[in-house]
Design a protein around this ligand. Structure first.
Ligand code: FAD
Length: 323
């Protein structure tokens, strides 16, 4: 059955956050504080990115373990399968399950830089789509827990987490403005449907800058038979350099209002105000379509995303008053 993020706070849409693994000890320390602040907003889950090819495996696991051991928030592990054999992907999923992680965002990932750009299959490995990874995750979970009776024995911090309900989310990516390599939006919707058929129970979108891109995509996906919840992924972008990098990475073209606006603002404070105000407007426009929740990309900073939530009135009141 479709499994949306559970509402942890009555009367407001569930929120969730994305983090990436820190690249230095100083960044790790700051991330601990950020996680503690984000946890106060009582998100449905916090997801942690994974470098395609496994480059961040250990650091991603460290962050996921921190979430398990120090917060009540459900950790969600991004996993990619690009370039992997079945054997390697199997081992990877087992390793995360052994660490106590039961929620995943299954991604194909991008092939390594340098593989033949004219050969669409080059560098993909044995698992060629995210849908195949979804199937593999279910298969491994099933083999380990044939009757769904998960135990936490052997997991560090088990005493703290043993009583928690253990959702088994297998989320996937969705692309409201199209994946850079797909020919048209129908192909993206077909890909999403294939992921649902493979067993995905949640979709999280790539960032988008206009609410109607998300709302139209959901409508088209529903018409095509997609039934799983589709969470809008929204990002407050507070610097022109970051926006340029994001555009390069995702291929999603920002509106000039935001792009030029960030360029002309005189200082960091004014840029932050613009980025937060833009994201808050986007969240509020998307909320008009009653999404199953809101997923915020944090850039490992809590201030901007918590500010966005406060502006749209979906912050947990306790959290807002404490800040
Ligand atoms: P798939 O669903 O298998 O395919 C994606 C789309 O590409 C489909 O629409 C399909 O139509 C099209 N497509 C795929 N292959 C081809 C082809 N050969 N020719 C034409 N079209 C094709 N990447 C990371 O490395 N680590 C992360 O942690 C990470 N997190 C992400 C989180 C979110 C919410 C999103 C939206 C993306 C994330 N990505 C991450 C990026 C993702 O790995 C890339 O988008 C990758 O290119 C495809 O992965 P996928 O799971 O979408 O693949």
């Amino acid at each position: 059955t479709a499994q949306g993020p559970d509402s942890h706070t009555a009367g407001r849409p569930p929120v969730s956050f994305e983090l990436f693994p820190p690249r230095s000890d100083a960044a790790a320390l700051a991330l601990g504080r950020t996680i503690d602040r984000l946890a106060e907003a009582r998100p449905a889950f916090i997801s942690v990115t994974f470098g395609a090819g496994g480059s961040t495996r250990d650091r991603s696991l460290t962050v996921l373990r921190y979430l398990l051991e120090h917060t009540d928030v459900e950790p969600m592990a991004h996993l990619t399968c690009v370039g992997s054999t079945h054997e390697e992907a199997n081992r990877l999923v087992r390793e995360f399950l052994d660490a106590g992680i039961t929620s995943f965002l299954a991604l194909r990932g991008d092939p390594p830089v340098g593989v033949d750009p004219h050969d669409p299959d080059a560098g993909l490995g044995e698992l060629r789509t995210a849908a195949e990874l979804v199937q593999l995750i279910h298969r491994v979970q099933q083999e380990r827990e044939p009757f769904g009776t998960a135990t936490m024995s052997g997991v560090p911090g088990a005493s703290r987490i043993a009583d928690r309900p253990r959702p088994e989310r297998v989320a996937v990516a969705a692309f409201p403005t199209g994946h850079p390599r797909s020919r048209n939006l129908s192909q993206d919707i077909d890909a999403l449907l294939a992921k649902e058929v493979a067993g995905a129970n949640l979709a999280i979108t790539q960032l988008f800058w206009h609410a109607e891109h998300y709302l139209d995509f959901v409508e088209r996906a529903r018409a095509a038979g997609v039934t799983i919840p589709i969470l809008p992924g929204i990002m407050p972008v507070t610097s022109p350099a970051r926006l340029a990098r994001l555009t390069e990475l995702t291929g999603v073209v920002p509106p000039s209002e935001l792009e030029i606006g960030l360029e002309v603002e005189p200082d960091l404070e004014a840029q932050t105000e613009l980025g937060v105000a833009f994201a808050a407007r986007l969240v509020s426009d998307v909320l008009a379509g009653s999404p199953p929740g809101v997923h915020l990309y944090t850039f490992n900073r809590h201030e901007a995303v918590l500010d966005v939530l406060e502006r749209v009135g979906i912050t947990d009141e306790r959290t807002a008053s404490e800040r």
